[in-house]
Design a protein around this ligand. Sequence first.
Ligand SMILES: Cc1cc2nc3c(=O)[nH]c(=O)nc-3n(C[C@H](O)[C@H](O)[C@H](O)COP(=O)(O)OP(=O)(O)OC[C@H]3O[C@@H](n4cnc5c(N)ncnc54)[C@H](O)[C@@H]3O)c2cc1C
Length: 471
Amino acid sequence: MTDVSLTIVGAGFSGTLLALHALRRCPPSTCVRLIERSSQFGRGQAYATGNPNHLLNVPAGRMSAFHDRPLDFLRWLRTQPCEADAAPTEHGFVPRRQFGAYVRHLLNEELKRPEADGRLELLRGDVLELRRDRAGLTLRLDRERELRADLVVLATGNFPPEPPAAATATLLNGPLFRPDPWAPEAFADLDPEAPVLLIGTGLTTVDSVVSLLDRGHRGPIHAISRRGLLPRRHAAPAVPPPAQLFALPTTLLSLLRTLRREAAAAERAGSNWQPVIDALRPFTQDLWQALSAVDRARFLRHLRPWWDVHRHRMPPAVADRVEATRRAGQLRLHRGRLLRIEPEGPDRAVVIFRPWRAATPERLSVCRVINAAGPGCDYDRIPHPLLRGLLLDGLARPDPCRLGLDVTDTCALLGRDGAMARDLFAVGPVTKGRFWEMTAVPDLRRQCETLAEHLATLARGLAAAAPRAGC
Ligand SMILES: Cc1cc2nc3c(=O)[nH]c(=O)nc-3n(C[C@H](O)[C@H](O)[C@H](O)COP(=O)(O)OP(=O)(O)OC[C@H]3O[C@@H](n4cnc5c(N)ncnc54)[C@H](O)[C@@H]3O)c2cc1C
């Protein structure tokens, strides 16, 4: 038997969980290397926030890292010092940073296991390039480091939003524009009375509003998107999905009609629409795959904003805060199309937009523009050298819906020529084009388990074959 090396690029939730499952499933001769460019293994973008008011948007009882131990996160939470007034419950929404600490705890426990000794390596670094030659795969990292690997999985997760087309180059390159709402400098040195523009009205904008309020911001907060839709709120108290599921049609129009009918029936019966949407959850991947290419494109063009606000909801405490800020007139939602954003002197930017159905454009004057449009997923436009190189070399291609990279059902990357890679895979939000709902923990944990199983089969085959890259 020879050593097999499995390298996972990115140690957010997906990369970390995949490493844990792979260690338990692959033969003992497999070494797992987890590479992360930030200093925080196990947290990723979503759970690295230090702000205790950035809450999980999924109840604690559904956030276990393991589908067959649904209350694992809750049990762990109960062993921790309480961050809120009341003890955590299955239906409660706890700070996201606690979930990050839970994932890091799982990783620490794995590192202590004697069976993992010498088989799990955590490496801090930015993977800049991935090349394939006859001998296998080579990763080039920052500081001129190079590594060989037999199997590589991209778990690179969410990227910052794409720059708004309406912004001039002077604005994009100047200090008034903040391209990444998660970067610490997004809100730094901001006058608390200053008017601010948030581009987008989804959950990223909600987080940004919370961050501004926590900093004591008193000035106007403008938020704009094409539809001007804010995420809806979770039902409180939570209502479980209906026990008996309605039949699910596979064309877009009939699916929409069914959902509307079921939601109306639920409201008439004294329940509400949220459990109807939640009931779809186990089936959304199958439904997406059953839709025709035309229906998928229609969904993305016309229905996606509506789906997103009903499916990815605000915890009640956050919704109350956002609603109060709106009622007080501080948060102003705009539905319209951005036409131009450009600097107007050294401290101000002018924003010109056309409100929905209005004949004439409107104008705002703000002191900062923060791009909170949600994760960027058009990989042709993501500037990171690793992704640029993969696309240029033809090792990967964007999926037809431009939601991520094109993969097979087993998460193998498809190259420019449509050929399936036998050594290169992707996991997490990067695979949304194939699976659609591959964003939240309940979906990701299943995907990580299934991929780990597949990688274990490959590792067994490789271990029994000729000598290779090694650990
Ligand atoms: C703000 C926010 C809040 C969310 N809240 C919830 C929630 O409450 N509940 C829920 O279920 N889901 C939530 N989600 C969905 C979230 O996407 C997933 O739950 C999950 O965190 C995705 O994990 P990931 O590991 O795939 O990606 P990420 O968390 O983005 O992690 C990817 C990691 O890869 C690293 N990386 C990227 N490129 C490289 C490279 N070239 N070299 C080395 N390292 C690299 C990054 O630094 C990062 O740490 C939220 C998402 C966001 C953005």
